[in-house]
Ligand binder design. Structure first.
Ligand code: ZN
Length: 91
């Protein structure tokens, strides 16, 4: 049995492969400081919905890294809103 060919949506820039379709994930990581992550993720099954994943832990005296993290989160949220709107407009 061969795995079905998965077509990535345009926003997927870092596809996570796996041995089965359940293991695969479309992913769009955003540039963030070390120790944090911000990404849009969606599984490859038809029922899977796109999700905004983010996290991290930082103890920092400066604010630059916090601002970078906040900016990435803002970008990811904007893109998720856009993708959700596109999805809602689709027939
Ligand atoms: Zn993909």
């Amino acid at each position: 049995m061969t795995a079905p060919v998965i077509t990535c949506p345009w926003w997927c820039t870092d596809h996570r492969t796996g041995s089965t379709v359940e293991d695969q994930q479309h992913a769009r990581p955003f540039p963030v400081p070390d120790g944090t992550w911000v990404a849009l993720l969606r599984g490859c099954l038809p029922a899977d919905r796109i999700e905004l994943a983010y996290g991290g832990e930082s103890f920092d005296r400066g604010t630059e890294r916090a601002r970078l993290f906040a900016a990435a989160l803002q970008q990811a949220a904007d893109l998720l809103d856009r993708l959700t709107a596109e999805r809602d407009r689709a027939p």
